[in-house]
Design a protein around this ligand. Structure first.
Ligand SMILES: Cc1ncc(COP(=O)(O)O)c(C=O)c1O
Length: 397
């Protein structure tokens, strides 16, 4: 039996999402059509919109369906920034240096469009330096932060960030992709202007997400290429995916304790990892409790992930979308670690089905895995090969 500890990358679909998607496969119409088939398709979307709005603690009209968390983040960050510039506000955006590539990339894209893009400082645990953020926020029109960090599980103080944004007259985008389903979102929509979520992190399918946009806040669509989603997101809707997202949102709202076993399992795993001599990244900051980012000195994270995979355990070295790359994660680098130390990071993320027995099995496997990875690194170092050596520079190959 495989042990899956990569729920931050994708968590398995819940039964409710599967059932809703299977039913939606039989709905033939286009939601924009006015005939009965079209209206049936529209009803599926309306129901899902209601469920997602309820999860977010917002109104139906404030929910825009997207192709996932990435598009929701890009629409939020770029859409707010373009609307702000069109309204004559300063072309200045502030993010944090530990954001997911969806937010970081959106900000980089804005830099290419002539925006000044600044990153507030974080400390060695990934916690935002709020005083630094307040300084950089002066003259900004958009601030964007994640609610729960995808690699560290750390939690930004969104209420404090919102107060800074308000004082600066800036709009606030919150990436709640790793928070949705696990934590209440109403405290985010109470203070943010846009909030992004993604279905496959909360029990729905990949390839669909949503952006909540506070009523009255302007978000510019990239192109006026269709009237869908109230002109915010052109294109015929992904009916089956949206049905899955709606059902997953409804299930999440109905069972707020669903992720409690994940938190218990992560705590057990972290205690065991510390006992094995691992250091835990982000341990000094408030965390959501289902992510443990660990490292063993002298053992490259990528080698540990491969060895654990061969032993039947799935975990990751960082965000799944960047795991094809062997460069140390920018999130871990932002903690101030040198490249060799940053390359030791391994991300374990637990889910609703993770058991204590699975955690214990991983902890039992690790001493041998770490010893073998360290020995291989020492052999390479002895042979004079720096490439891939755990105690050498960046883990580039
Ligand atoms: C914090 C965060 N934001 C955004 C995304 C992107 O979501 P999606 O995979 O749905 O595009 C992810 C996915 O890993 C994430 O963890």
């Amino acid at each position: 039996m495989r042990i899956y500890l990569d729920h931050n990358a994708t968590t398995p679909m819940c039964a409710e999402a599967r059932a809703a998607m299977a039913a939606a496969l039989d709905v033939a119409g286009n939601p924009s059509s006015i005939h009965a088939e079209g209206r049936a398709a529209r009803a599926v979307i309306d129901d899902a919109r209601g469920a997602v709005a309820a999860l977010l603690g917002g109104a139906r009209d404030e929910v825009v369906f997207t192709s996932g968390g990435t598009e929701a983040d890009v629409l939020g960050v770029v859409g707010l920034a373009l609307a702000a510039r069109a309204a004559g506000r300063p072309p200045r955006v502030v993010v944090s240096p530990v954001e997911h590539p969806a937010v970081a990339g959106a900000a980089r894209g804005l830099a290419g469009l002539g925006f000044a893009v600044d990153a507030a400082r974080v400390d060695g645990d990934g916690a935002l330096d709020l005083a630094d953020l307040a300084t950089r926020a002066a003259g900004a029109s958009v601030i964007a932060v994640g609610a729960v960090n995808h690699e560290l599980g750390t939690v930004h103080d969104v209420a404090a960030v919102a107060a800074i944004a308000r004082a600066a007259g800036a709009w606030l985008h919150v990436d709640a992709v790793q928070a949705a389903g696990k934590r209440p979102l109403a405290d985010l929509t109470a203070v943010a202007d846009t909030v992004a979520i993604s279905a496959h992190k909360l029990g729905g399918p990949a390839g669909v997400g949503a952006l909540w946009i506070r009523a009255g806040v302007d978000v510019a669509a990239a192109f006026p290429a269709g009237h869908h989603e109230r002109e915010r997101r052109p294109g015929t809707e992904n009916l089956v995916g949206i049905a899955g997202l709606g059902a997953a949102a409804e299930a999440a709202l109905a069972a707020p304790a669903r992720w409690a076993p994940a938190i218990a399992a992560a705590a057990r795993l972290e205690a065991g990892l510390v006992a094995l001599g691992a250091r835990i990244h982000g341990a000094g900051a408030p965390r959501a409790g289902t992510t443990v980012n660990a490292a063993f000195d002298g053992a490259r994270g990528e080698a540990i992930v491969i060895a654990l995979d061969l032993a039947g355990v799935a975990c990751s070295t960082g965000a799944a979308c960047t795991s094809g790359s062997v460069r140390p994660s920018p999130v871990i680098r932002a903690l101030g670690l040198p490249p060799a130390r940053a390359a030791e990071a391994v991300r374990f993320s637990t889910g609703p089905t993770t058991t204590a027995a699975e955690v214990d099995r991983v902890l039992a496997l690790l001493p041998d895995v770490v010893a073998r990875v360290r020995a291989a690194a020492q052999r390479r170092a002895g042979a004079g090969g720096a490439a891939g050596g755990a105690d050498h520079g960046p883990a580039s190959s």
